[in-house]
Write a protein that binds this ligand. Sequence first.
Ligand SMILES: Cc1ncc(COP(=O)(O)O)c(C=O)c1O
Length: 452
Amino acid sequence: MTLAARSGAKIGPTSGMTGPEIVRLARRHTLYEWSAQSAVDPIPVAGALGSWFWTPEGKRYLDFNSQLMCVNIGHCHPAVIEAMKRQLDVLPYVTPFMASEPRARLGAKLAELAPGDIDVFFFTSGGADANENAVRLARTVTGRQKVLAHYRSYHGATAGAITLTGDPRRWGSEPGVPGVIHVPDPYHGIERGWDTASDALRRLEEVICFEDPSSIAAFILEPIPGGGGVLVPPDGYLQGIRDLCDRYGILMIADEIMSGFGRTGEWFAVNHWGVVPDLITMAKGLTSAYIQLGAVGMRRWIAESFDRRVYHGGLTYNSHPLACAAALATIAVYEKEGLVERSARMGERLRQKHQELSDRHEIVGTTRSIGLFGVVELVRSRESMEPLAPFNATSPEMQRLAHLFREKGLYTFVRWNFFHTNPPLTVTEDELDVGFRIIDEALAELSVGPDH
Ligand SMILES: Cc1ncc(COP(=O)(O)O)c(C=O)c1O
């Protein structure tokens, strides 16, 4: 029996609407994010299973980005769907002032999985509000206000989180909230490359001193900036940040919203460097996006500092029983199917595939990956290393590449001069081969001129 038949998934219309009807109504009555609405051209999706999704008319796409780097266990995993259905029958919701079994179990389970002595969790509705609460916790316990963040980062779109974001997505929400200081990253784009860890740390320490170390509550960072292009940092960089934070009494907040839950071949990306942050934020892979849930994990001393004073934060959907049940079931899938180890193992194959692309196509300027978290950066020529699209912009070639991927049935994230390779952690070797064959064909069809 096929996987689709076993799960009951049906390729074809699910509701009677055609793809064009869905797109027309969705575009007319709903606002698409981060987009000029006239440029939006969404794929209508009727169903999904494993590494695949399809339109009502039955056109299939291989999901090479796990949607928004979040459906880590693949689409429509029956164990999670069953667990969610069971929870719905028992208790869909209680206020965050109550205690439910899924909340209790999930807190304890995350305490087992989280790095070091992080063992208390505050649940949120998603990633941005996890970061908002992490910053609130840091400011409250340190009594300091300033927060450092990298330029090449995305931390969410709520008021505080978008101010923390260094990426150009911040620009539309300026001036933002007070007290956020952006610092340069060790990566300077494909033309200029990487700083050494020690140079980057020296510059960072200089900024800390210029800003008055005793005024800085926290440094929030993606251990491996994802949307910025899977920027795997040089060894020593994260350890160095940990040391600087310790030296100046600054709390380290690891935003693992994209990099957590096996994406990099470890439960959390900080584990690659043995670094334990003071606070850690997570979402996406926590439930594999089957339902919204985020969390802030904290060291016990931070939680204990609220034993006698009030924690001034809350959300209607904090510790939502259905979401917590989904997270528990998702974590059980990671464990039962060994998906974290699988990500590391399949990540070796993905790296080989990157190398083959690089060997075959002059326009591949560089590739980066860790586990099943990967990116390919394209250039006009390897001599000039001029990116195939400028920073924060696109080009006819990158638009054509996105079009070719779509036409050939591959979905992935194409941004600026790069595209991502982040399939579900359940991806098979055959599926990886299919995805890279499509990428290879698309790159071969792309004609790149010297000028734009
Ligand atoms: C690293 C990182 N932080 C924060 C967020 C924001 O999460 P959400 O969209 O759930 O608010 C994202 C989302 O892409 C992210 O990748």
